[in-house]
Design a protein around this ligand. Sequence first.
Ligand code: SAT
Ligand code: MN
Length: 607
Amino acid sequence: MSRPCAIPLLFRSLFNGTLQRMKLGNRNTQNAEVIAWVGKVAELCQPREIFWCDGSTVEKEALTAEAVRSGVLLELNPERLPGCYYHRSHPNDVARVEQCTYVCTESEEEAGPTNNWAPPAEMYRKLYGLCAGAMRDRVMYVVPYLLGPPKSPMAKVGIELTDSIYVVLSMRIMTRMGKVAYDELGEGTDFNRGLHTMLDLDPERRHIAHFPQDNTIISVGSNYGGNVLLGKKCLALRIGSWLGRKEGWLAEHMLILGVEAPSGEKTFVAAAFPSACGKTNFAMMQPPRHFRGWKIWTVGDDIAWMKPGADGCLYAINPEFGYFGVAPGTNVHSNPNATEIIKRDTIYTNVALTPDRDVWWEGKGEDPPAGTVDWQGRPWKSGEHAAQPNSRFTAPMTNNPMLAPEAMDPKGVPISAIIFGGRRSTTLPLVYEAFNWVHGVYMGATMGSETTAAAAGAVGHVRCDPMAMLPFTGYNMGFYFRHWLNMRKRITHLPRIFSVNWFRKDDQGNFLWPGYGENMRVLEWIVDRCHGRVGARETPLGWVPNARDFDLDDLPGFTREHFERVQQINIEEWRREILSQDELFMKIYAFIPKEMIFQRELLVARL
Ligand code: SAT
Ligand code: MN
């Protein structure tokens, strides 16, 4: 840094002035509701100070300096990784914790059988008890943020109160944080109230509780991204899906990308894959050389808010402003764009650290240099994880050279295709297309995926993860399917719906499809289908590409036979697949729309 002393001094003056500024009313907002609520929470949590964030660069520098001073962040090698910082979380706090995540609706039925439910009054009582005096020796930061582009009819304001400086700096990357949110809110009272305190990171006291009826979130006892960056999974998906049902739109665990053809034609698609199944890679894909003149534009890599427009199309915005991506496996082959994006202004969490203050993870490419320490700060030993499998980078989307200009458009982008995908080593072909919307909803509702390190628990077993939303639907999953079915009536130009699987393997465990940039070939077929330019063959599952139509040129070693194998439909495997859907269907049987049952019967009959 060019002025090593200036920042801490500035920081001290900012902090010393805080209480005084509070009294003077300099809170960056005059919104009475916000001020009253912050006062109420301060009374409960008893912070040493209150810091009202404005999102400015000066503030970022001051907070970063404080985070470094207090050991929360370590500055990385400024020549190689300018503006980048390193963070280690507590080893017991490295992923989302679904068993500690609650949806507190008035009735248990509203939360439904796939969510942990508790009565709101009971949960408030318990969490207020845990929060009482919890910030006594800490600063409480007031973090205003906007989800979605300013002036978008779909944008929403949230305010997170947190005692974690790591959360503040991460929220500043992940959302439009600061004054912009107050400007959007004005005198209004419609904002999400988020309260986060780390407590002592005791997993026994960890709770991530949602109160959809009050547009409120309380998260205690964690400092891991998905549990504490309340704009992300908590507001943008769990509360978002609840609001979406109420207001006639969809909050989905989907990337959004634009495909630009050599003709200049741009087609936007949204794709739902579960956590750590390649959404970020797909959203930033670089087409292989064979696709000269084609471009992929990223709108978002994790969350889509989609609403029917006046013209009858389905429009999507990315509510986020940054990427919270899985580090392991990120390299110039899997995601060349990301390797550029994360070279500056990035916070790394739980990756390994090299002696020259660079970062390392499994699948980065080269071997780690001698003296590398692992994510827990211990000398790394070969054969052990250097980076935690769910280690992450947090980087601003404005670093992305392929950021779609439309990502800033308040009206969003029109969606031509919706893609559902999972991580499946068997059964699921590379690509097929639904016969119609209702069939597509059934496909999404019954998708299964092998579990990953993004959530605490065993990895690698197949579980039903409808629309990749099992951990994120903030209400009854049966009602959620009904809402998807009902959307059909509100959209004149329905997107086509596809299923993809990049992860199918042969009996020896080798991947049958090269994946990564080559997924462009699948995308080309999908885009051509959307524009009615290519035919397809009917199968029991849906429409599949005619082998002659699927672009395999310039893909050495991959023949038509390989394509047939990755597309193969094995009737026995599919019978087992349908039986495995019982696990979810039985659980939500009382609420499941009958269309889902009929679709299943039709599939059985076709098989
Ligand atoms: O940890 S997050 O929930 O933010 C990321 C993910 O699991 O999708
Ligand atoms: Mn995600």
